[in-house]
Design a protein around this ligand. Structure first.
Ligand code: CA
Length: 432
């Protein structure tokens, strides 16, 4: 290692010798991890930079990481083993990549067989980068929880008595987590019209999105050994965008008394690139002040969040056919979320439950308080009462077949290079 060891990998002045456009989500300050299908059809781990993917498998073969990471971790077909290795491995690997890619850094990659090690990102087949053993979805935005309380239980207090004491969540279905671009089949299920004496079965008529972020667990914990809140950051690798597609009619009929089930488990879309906590460090902000003060196991003296901008865009089939660009239907921010990632992880393990490398913890829908900042259609249209107007005279309350939703996320602040999360897209297909 050179003098670069003292330099921050997120220094905004640094440039890569690879061309990276100023508006790219993936400058050298980001270096998010993912997985793609190599030319021979096998999954390779990779890191995104500009319009390229660094093929970690191919770079590891050259021995460039031999002093900081076992080759097997980078030549695996999923990220799980690397995630389990912890920050003592993640950090030097990230720094080595940064050094190999920066102007004035380690020249071995630049002078090597570049075409084998740098794959075009456009057109690459991306995969969910880790095997997700368990998937948890929280409900941690106070604005979202308040709005949904008002909509689902109009005659009661919007927040239930436990909401400000613990991060409410449920266990989701990890097997139906899909990568950006995977079509979303409209689910069928039981739905019961207000006032009807019995439910009927059929395709959901109230298909919705949920604009969320999720974090990936690094090293897990053993059975009976909770993760202390002060140590939670060491167990978190990074964040992805999450669209927790929701069938509101199925959800409304099934959710009491045990919570969400088939209204949620048919599909959850994530973005392909995991943005690491190290890359997010310049965008760390103090967490929202909590009142009442949380119990000790959820209390962190300097609890923090990340200032991440989020947006959802909608393009109907007709807009697509006529070449009308997607319309932004929601714009929100993550920084003010009530329960933070550290609190979610501490809470989920406080009873001794196990987490494993690759587990996904979603935040819950992230809504703000202003017009157009709500992260779901049920809030944006107030239960379908106020349709969203679209170009060409179309409107939407909930999603129709052929609609495509794209989630985006990015960070920008003074004194830092803008970084982004890429996209989480899904187009609705008719029910079977
Ligand atoms: Ca959700």
């Amino acid at each position: 290692m050179s003098v670069a060891a003292e330099q921050s990998t997120t220094d905004p002045a640094l440039q890569s010798w690879l061309p990276v456009s100023p508006e790219s989500d993936f400058p050298i300050q980001n270096l998010p991890f993912g997985c793609f299908l190599a030319a021979d059809g096998t999954p390779h781990l990779g890191v995104a930079i500009g319009d390229r993917i660094v093929d970690l498998h191919a770079v590891a073969v050259e021995g460039f990481f031999d002093d900081c990471c076992g080759r097997a971790l980078l030549q695996a077909t999923t990220l799980n083993a690397f995630l389990g290795a912890g920050a003592d491995v993640w950090s030097p690997v990230r720094r080595r990549l940064w050094d190999l890619l920066r102007v004035g850094g380690d020249a071995r990659l630049r002078n090597g067989r570049i075409e084998r090690m740098l794959v075009k990102r456009d057109g690459a087949a991306l995969r969910v980068p880790m095997e997700i053993g368990d998937y948890v979805d929280f409900y941690s935005s106070i604005e979202h929880a308040t709005n949904l309380g008002r909509l689902f239980r109009p005659d009661a207090e919007p927040l239930l008595p436990n909401w400000k004491w613990l991060p409410v969540g449920y266990h989701g279905r990890s097997a139906t987590i899909v990568i950006d671009g995977t079509p979303i089949r409209r689910p069928c299920g039981q739905r019961k019209a207000p006032g009807a004496s019995a439910p009927e079965f059929g395709p959901s008529r109230r298909l919705d999105i949920e604009l969320e972020l999720g974090f990936t667990v690094g090293p897990g914990n053993e059975l009976g050994r909770p993760i202390a809140i002060g140590n939670a950051a060491n167990h978190i690798f990074g964040f992805v965008l999450v669209n927790d597609w929701s069938a509101r009619d199925i959800q409304a009929w099934e959710y009491q008394p045990l919570g969400p089930f088939l209204g949620k488990s048919f599909a959850t879309t994530i973005s392909p690139w995991i943005v690491t906590l190290e890359a997010l460090e310049p965008f760390r902000v103090p967490a929202t002040r909590q009142d009442p003060a949380p119990l000790d196991y959820l209390a962190l003296e300097r609890n923090s969040s990340y200032d991440i901008h989020l947006a959802a865009d909608l393009q109907t089939r007709r807009m697509h056919e006529r070449g009308v660009p997607p319309k932004r239907i929601s714009q929100s921010t993550f920084g003010g979320i009530y329960w933070t990632a550290a609190q979610q992880l501490a809470h989920a393990t406080v009873n001794g439950a196990v987490t494993r490398p690759g587990d996904l913890f979603a935040s819950g829908t992230i809504s703000g308080s202003g017009t157009g900042t709500q992260g779901s259609l049920i809030e944006l249209t107030w239960n379908g009462e106020r349709p969203i107007q679209l170009p060409d005279g179309e409107s939407r309350t909930f999603l129709e077949d052929g609609d495509e939703v794209t989630l985006r996320g990015w960070c920008e602040t003074q004194g830092a290079r803008r970084i982004g999360f890429g996209m989480a897209r899904g187009r609705v297909e008719p029910a079977t």
